[in-house]
Design a protein. Structure first.
Ligand code: DC
Length: 220
């Protein structure tokens, strides 16, 4: 039987979202990008001028924002209080702000609750940092997807370039290292491989090969 909940965790730039979307499309499952939720809080906080250290204000924001994730065929869109923020949350500045915000216990508690409600519906592919360990610890299929830092920086630079942002690859690598260090050392839900997750290094593998491995693992 095919797993009803598929959890894909790993560091930035490992290819999680590309792979998770393809796995979800293949199985006709809902794809849930939990990083987009932390990015949504970061975007609104930046717009409102809330300090990234103001834990009570950021917690309240995470509790109150209505974040919706829509899959309509090939299109994947993120809405916040009915505004389409799919493009805005991909800016490098928003990604950098999302990292310290995601280390705040109150913010995590609010967003994890929303993610668990979405996951309860079943037939989901969810990607993030703490899906297999915290959000869906009972998921039948867990993958920890990674790649070398050079490969991850190369992919992230290309992804930003495709969205019209030209950023030096070296700068992307430094930002990524900083975020990885923060994500793996934070006190609450650090990025860590669940003991029952399959470690998959995507260096040298095509996207199709990674998707195939996950589908096999999920029992499809
Ligand atoms: O995957 P991403 O770059 O869109 O994630 C944005 C930030 O949110 C990143 O710093 C890690 C954090 N994050 C998290 O702490 N937990 C998750 N489940 C998803 C993302």
């Amino acid at each position: 039987m095919t797993a009803r909940q598929i959890a894909i965790d790993g560091p930035a730039g490992a290819g999680k979202s590309t792979v998770a979307k393809l796995v979800a499309a293949h199985l006709n499952y809902l794809y849930i990008d939990t990083g987009a939720m932390y990015r949504a809080v970061a975007l609104i906080a930046l717009r409102k001028g809330i300090a990234l250290s103001d834990a009570p204000a950021l917690t309240l924001l995470a509790q109150e924002l209505c974040i919706e994730l829509q899959n309509d065929g090939a299109q994947y869109r993120v809405f916040c209080d009915r505004e389409d923020i799919s493009f805005a949350i991909r800016q490098a500045e928003v990604g950098n702000a999302a990292s310290p915000i995601s280390a705040l216990p109150g913010v995590r508690e609010a967003l994890v609750r929303k993610q668990q409600l979405l996951g309860e519906q079943g037939c989901v592919v969810m990607d993030g940092r703490d899906i297999g360990t915290k959000v869906l610890p009972q998921a039948e299929c867990k993958v920890f997807l990674t790649a070398s830092p050079e490969e991850r920086a190369r992919r992230r630079t290309l992804e930003l370039a495709l969205k019209g942002q030209t950023i030096d690859e070296e700068q992307v690598r430094r930002d990524m290292e900083e975020r990885d260090a923060r994500d793996t050392t934070r006190a609450v839900s650090p990025l860590i491989q669940a003991c029952d997750a399959l470690l998959l290094n995507s260096d040298g593998l095509t996207i199709e090969q990674v998707v195939e491995r996950i589908l096999q693992m999920a029992g499809n």
